[in-house]
Design a protein around this ligand. Sequence first.
Ligand code: FES
Length: 102
Amino acid sequence: MANWIKITEVENVPSMGSRKIIIGEEEIVVFKTKDDSIFAVNNECPHKEGKLSEGLVHEKYVTCPLHNWDIDLETGIAKDEGGECTKKYDTKVEEGFIYLSL
Ligand code: FES
């Protein structure tokens, strides 16, 4: 059974931007895409640990600020990089709040 954690209001995450949160030892970044979809992944690029929270959001990807890998926010998988991936978290929105499943 999913363990949903209430994170923040949807409006606290900028469109085509992100918000970083820390839960225990995990640094997680919540993204909002142009169509207002919400995604959450570990804030660490699978290449060399670039901070994805500092990356550029486009369509359903974030581009890592260090070497421009495109990380698919739906899966956490780096596009065209042999299956390297960062951890992805399930999210849901209820009554204007974002919830995260660990
Ligand atoms: S650390 Fe992200 S692309 Fe290199």
